[in-house]
Design a protein around this ligand. Structure first.
Ligand code: PLP
Length: 499
């Protein structure tokens, strides 16, 4: 009989060949939990964006790892003292930048459970429950979003990975035995996305060996939606030149304005040309929970693949990206590869490693499961609905304020606008500069955090509501901060004043 090693106490300072004792783990978890609860209670009073300069945090940390164990208490104290002041607080209620990624309580608890059991769901046999739960929660999400029965899916880390995975499946279908012989033997392949599409599909083309030159950026209309006629012409031009269309990427909820491409028209073109249709609904897909928003999703049910990121709008922690597909076969054809050491014989089971690049897979399904169980589909929908209403309220106020102008139709929870003070026209360059300085002032104050984009070549401010922690008062605060910043900027351009 082998002797069981005694677990080490957390603060023993003994070399840690053995794991913590249960008491030590309990003590550490209690301390971490207490810290976390206190943090979540006070995060709204911290500056959203840290007042740190590049390299400051790094310099405050030792250059070498400790040789001997340290008590967890000391590690936690350093986390609080050195690292937390250097965090951008995504759970701050004034976080309006990019797209939100705030964590709901159930997802925080689920992360603890995931780390605690620490399973790897690469094969069914390496954690049957993790594999089967993934199939179940993807099915729950499918139904909640109104996608057709029979649509399957897997959970990956990010939309970038999901879209890349879709591109690999599409590449396999369009190319000639790419998995076996590479791209050399195929006709050149092309990818079609709108000018407003996220850069991840362009990156996928780079990484997938098609190259950036294979990406056709299709123009958009005055509402930032892909011009379906231009798409049709681009495909036609390519085909006459012997270039094969591999994938059309339509977006529901583009990154800058949350605009929605005409997916039904694009689906028709995809069907007529035999091209893979991928829908990037990484951000806005969660809004399909709302029956009243379903119109924006017309046609997505005809896509070959769709990505929706619960970590953007539903409140799961990063990372949780669901890649839906109509047919699992092309993913297997592109990516399944089983060396002898991973062979297993359990009959007709799903081995999740067959559907993506990574072998090891976290137990991400648990986050969605706990979230669905503890919040419910109606609770999740209510949050999304509230965020859309808050964004509309913000947009109405911006529209009514002579100092601002909306720059794009308001879509889902995202508003694009510019400071455009009344009076003589100051010209585009000066207006860009003013907006840049307004944003800088607002963000420097740290009460709210907004980001920017470029629309029609002009610097544009952008506010997106999508955090479970954000309420009407925080949106009100954003309006007040913006108004103050414009007034101060007009009075004393570039000056810091009381700021
Ligand atoms: N697609 C859209 C529309 C996005 O807005 C983003 C990021 O904001 C992405 C894809 C990439 O998301 P991820 O960070 O999950 O890769």
């Amino acid at each position: 009989m082998t002797e069981r090693a005694d677990p080490a106490p957390a603060s023993s300072g003994e070399p840690g060949a053995r794991d913590w004792s249960p008491e030590a783990l309990r003590d550490a978890l209690r301390r971490a939990t207490d810290w976390l609860l206190e943090y979540r209670a006070r995060v709204g009073s911290l500056p959203v964006f840290p007042a740190t300069v590049p390299g400051e945090i790094r310099d405050a940390l030792p250059a070498r790892a400790p040789r001997r164990p340290e008590p967890f208490e000391r590690v936690l104290a350093d986390f609080d003292r050195i690292l937390v002041p250097g965090l951008t607080h995504w759970n701050h209620p004034g976080f309006f930048a990019y797209f939100a990624s705030a964590t709901r309580g159930p997802s925080v608890a689920a992360e603890l459970m995931i780390a605690g059991v620490g399973v790897n769901a690469m094969l069914w046999r390496t954690s049957p429950a993790a594999t089967e739960l993934e199939l179940v929660v993807v099915e729950w999400l499918r139904e909640a979003l109104g996608l057709p029965a029979g649509t399957r899916g897997v959970i990956l880390d990010t939309a970038s990975t999901s879209s890349f995975t879709a591109l690999l499946a599409a590449r396999e279908r369009a190319g000639d035995h790419v998995r076996e012989t590479g791209l050399g033997g195929s006709a050149p392949l092309a990818v079609y996305v709108s000018e407003q599409a996220h850069s991840s599909l362009e990156k996928a083309a780079m990484a997938g060996g098609l190259g950036r030159a294979a990406v056709r950026r299709i123009p958009t209309d005055d509402r930032f939606r892909m011009d379906a006629g231009a798409l049709e012409r681009a495909i036609e031009t390519d085909r006459t030149r012997g270039v094969r269309p591999a994938l059309i990427g339509a977006t529901i909820g583009t990154t800058s304005t949350a605009s929605v491409d005409p997916v039904s028209d694009i689906a028709r073109i995809a069907a007529e040309t035999g091209t893979w249709l991928h829908v990037d609904a990484a951000y806005a897909g969660s809004a399909a929970l709302l029956p009243e928003a379903r119109g924006a999703f017309d046609g997505w049910e005809r896509a070959d693949s769709i990505v929706v990121n619960p970590h953007k709008w539903l409140g799961t922690s990063l990372d949780c990206s669901v890649l839906f597909f109509r047919d699992p076969a092309p993913f297997r054809e592109a990516l399944a590869l089983t060396p002898a050491y991973l062979e297993s014989d359990h009959g007709d089971v799903v081995n999740l490693m067959d559907f993506g690049l990574p072998l090891g897979r976290r137990f991400r399904a648990l986050k969605l499961w706990v979230l669905f169980r503890c919040v419910g589909v109606e609770g999740l929908a209510a949050s999304v609905r509230e965020h859309i209403e808050l964004a509309r309220g913000f947009a109405n106020r911006i529209e009514a304020d002579a100092r601002f102008r909306l720059s794009a139709p308001v879509s889902f929870g995202t508003v694009c606008f510019r400071a455009a003070p009344p009076g003589p026209d100051i010209g585009d360059e000066a207006a860009d500069d003013l907006n840049r300085r307004v944003l800088e002032r607002v963000n420097r104050r740290g009460r709210v955090f907004l980001s920017h984009t470029e629309l029609g070549g002009r610097y544009t401010l952008r506010l997106s509501v999508g955090s479970v922690h954000t309420g009407a008062g925080h949106v009100e605060e954003a309006l007040a901060e913006l108004a103050m910043a414009v007034d101060a900027e007009l009075e004393s351009p570039g000056g810091r004043g009381e700021w």
